[in-house]
Design a protein around this ligand. Structure first.
Ligand SMILES: [Ca+2]
Ligand SMILES: [Ca+2]
Length: 365
């Protein structure tokens, strides 16, 4: 594989041919053993450097940084869950061997700025904005909880909270929330069209391996809960504003600095073994799979292609650490930042603690 010629002046391309070259280089890198030596088209795909953890990273102009995850056989799910943890991880049992082909996963979730560029370019209308839609589930101080509110969507789903407490940090560099699985797929399809790559949501297996690594840790950074520097979830800064709800979720004694979401990439010490950021906390993330139960048998590139409900991973700003010493979560399923935790929700639904990140794969879905 020789991609260095792509950057020579004599092979400068623009427009469609440029996209095709970038895509060709990325496919070759997915298949080949020496991606760290590859170079990338500067306009559309740049980087090609090796990150701190030793994995290749590239940058898509419209969708940020992606990390190459080499093919592997790993153990998905968990057999070592107490009944409470089993419930809070949406029954992430039994553990089972999974073979994954090489893929690329986004280093961070899609930001509001990136999603805004997509909407500006295409005129896309999200599920929550469609006539007659129920609206996303967002926090309401009068109701003292999360309720479905019409008129809210990705543009304004934190607006009431920010208006009430303008000191809470919030910018377009934060991950986009109040987007449905359908909206996430629409964004992925747009990035695919723009780049010529097969861009989609990661499968649940791809997401979990990118978060846990070969050692199968509880969190992306290891097995001990955050000391405030590894992730954004329900901490003392959350409790300051949401003290009247979900007290059992709060990790007392740490302050990660963010009552709501944080800008993406703010917790480098929370990187996964591959350098992937924001997997635990910030926003829970849609993955491609429809809702399904684990089986003990070995699987290769597992993907539940269909399902009205879609799986979600990673926990968010309102989630617990999922520590064994915590009191139980009142809610069934998920709502903690363990890498093996699972949730599911209707593909057309959205809420203020749900976002997504992209993956680049070799086969269409
Ligand atoms: Ca927090
Ligand atoms: Ca996350």
């Amino acid at each position: 594989m020789t991609f260095r010629s792509l950057q020579s002046p004599s092979e400068t391309h623009r427009g469609k041919s440029e996209k095709t070259i970038a895509a060709t280089a990325l496919w070759a890198a997915i298949a080949g053993p020496s991606a760290a030596d590859d170079t990338w088209d500067a306009a559309l795909v740049s980087g090609g450097a090796t990150n701190t953890q030793g994995y290749s990273e590239v940058r898509l102009a419209v969708a940020g940084d992606f990390i190459r995850i080499p093919a592997v056989r790993f153990t998905m799910g968990n057999n070592d869950l107490s009944p409470r943890i089993a419930r809070d991880t949406f029954h992430a049992t039994p553990e089972h061997p999974v073979n994954l082909s090489t893929y690329w996963i986004a280093k961070t979730p899609v930001t509001i700025a990136q999603f805004r560029a997509f909407v500006d370019a295409t005129g896309y209308v999200t599920d929550a904005e469609r006539p007659g839609a129920d609206g996303p589930w967002v926090y309401d101080f009068d109701e003292r909880g999360f309720i479905a509110k019409q008129g809210y969507n990705w543009r304004n789903c934190f607006a009431d909270i920010i208006a009430r407490y303008p000191e809470i940090p919030f910018t377009d560099a934060h991950p986009v929330a109040c987007v449905s699985w359908n909206d996430a797929i629409a964004f992925a399809n747009w990035v695919g069209t723009e780049t010529g790559l097969t861009v989609t949501l990661p499968s649940e297996a791809q997401w979990e391996y990118a978060a846990r690594g070969a050692d199968g840790c509880i969190y992306p950074w290891g097995n001990t809960p955050s000391d405030r520097r590894q992730a954004n979830y329900a901490d003392d800064s959350f409790a300051k504003y949401f003290a009247h709800i979900e007290q059992s979720l709060v990790h007392r004694g740490i302050n990660d600095g963010y009552p709501l979401t944080s800008p993406v990439g703010q917790f480098p010490l929370g990187a996964s073994p591959f350098g992937v950021l924001d997997m635990a906390g910030n926003l829970t993330e849609w993955v491609y799979d429809g809702e399904y139960d684990y089986r003990p048998t070995e699987q290769t590139d597992p993907l539940a292609r269909r399902g009205q409900a879609r799986m979600q991973k990673g926990g968010d700003w309102s989630s617990s650490a999922g520590r064994p010493d915590q009191r139980p979560d009142e809610l069934e399923g998920g709502h903690n930042i363990r890498a093996d935790a699972r949730q599911a929700d209707e593909a057309g639904s959205s809420d203020d603690h749900m976002g997504f990140r992209l993956a680049i794969v070799q086969t269409s879905r």
